[in-house]
Ligand binder design. Sequence first.
Ligand SMILES: *Cc1c(COP(=O)(O)O)cnc(C)c1O
Length: 376
Amino acid sequence: MDPRVLEAMLPYFGSRFGNAASRSHSFGWEAEKAVEHARRQVAELLGASPREIVFTSGATESNNLALKGIFEAYRSQGNHIIIMATEHKAILDPLRHLERLGASTTVLPPEPDGLLDPGRLRREIRPETVLVSVMWANNEIGVVQPVDEIAAVCREHGVLFHTDAAQAFGKLSAVAAGENIALVSVTAHKLYGPKGVGALYVRRGVSVASQIDGGGHERGLRSGTLNVPAIVGFGEACAICRMEMKSEAARLRALRERLRDRIESCLAGVTVNGSLEHRLPGNLNLSFTGVSADALLMSLPEIALSTGSACSSATVEPSHVLRAIGLSSEAARSSVRFGLGRFNTEEEVDYVVQRIVESVNKLRSAAPKAGPNGST
Ligand SMILES: *Cc1c(COP(=O)(O)O)cnc(C)c1O
């Protein structure tokens, strides 16, 4: 979390610990004022009106509200939902839930570069299609979808479009709730805010059935006492991104390219997974031929790297995203995701390069008959 965000949040744990739903005293009013200020900050970064922002506990809940809420509200108009194979589990699992409730679903494969072909989407839309959900940017390979084109196809066919923008919000200036986008999921902890708070943008005029009832907070769409300090932090995090996003993107892209150039010039058998051109500035996902990514990560405990996504790193299956873009199970198991962020430096990048090169060489020379002591 950005220290400036923490600073903004602290008073709301102490002297300003009012309940934003309390209408009968100044402590409540103060909390409500803070929440509405944060709502404007989130709305501004998204190019939306504050009335279109529903605070939630994060992108998982926002995705659940979007998919289940639209399915329920538009059931009489159709039961068909289209998503992409590379979606986050927070889309895949709610969709599976809806299938059990009678939804008909289409899961579109990406092109080998990870992008969705809007023409392919157009061919899958049916009269009973009510919703298309395609993530703005992928959490594993960082690939940025042609969201404007996809949303335009949906508009053309009168289908609602939802995008999980958890990765792209606060990172790409292009992320905006344009007129063709009905719903957008975002979360604070991906943009240097606190964990456990996020939002769903619901365009004016779009109906969503609430999934959490009781008290009617957030215009009846999401009941429950608001987490005021977290919401204040989320707002502050958005305000900071709005100021710094552009220069930060350029800095991160340069760091990412330094990382990639140096690794590629020191090692053979390295491939980039997913489009390099249409990609989040701070993301790099590489396959190291002949190297087990798990063994590689194990040898670098001081570096926060991952295979697959952090949310599913407990599972043993190779990444469904890498499989969907055509990697063999073996290549998927040789892949590592590098994420660069606001607090990373050039020195850290150089350190990571050195450690990765050492470890990959060591693991490769130990194979194929690696014993408990490796090659050393
Ligand atoms: C992190 C992430 C989520 C989940 O967000 P939470 O706030 O942790 O619930 C959903 N989708 C994408 C693309 C993500 O990167």
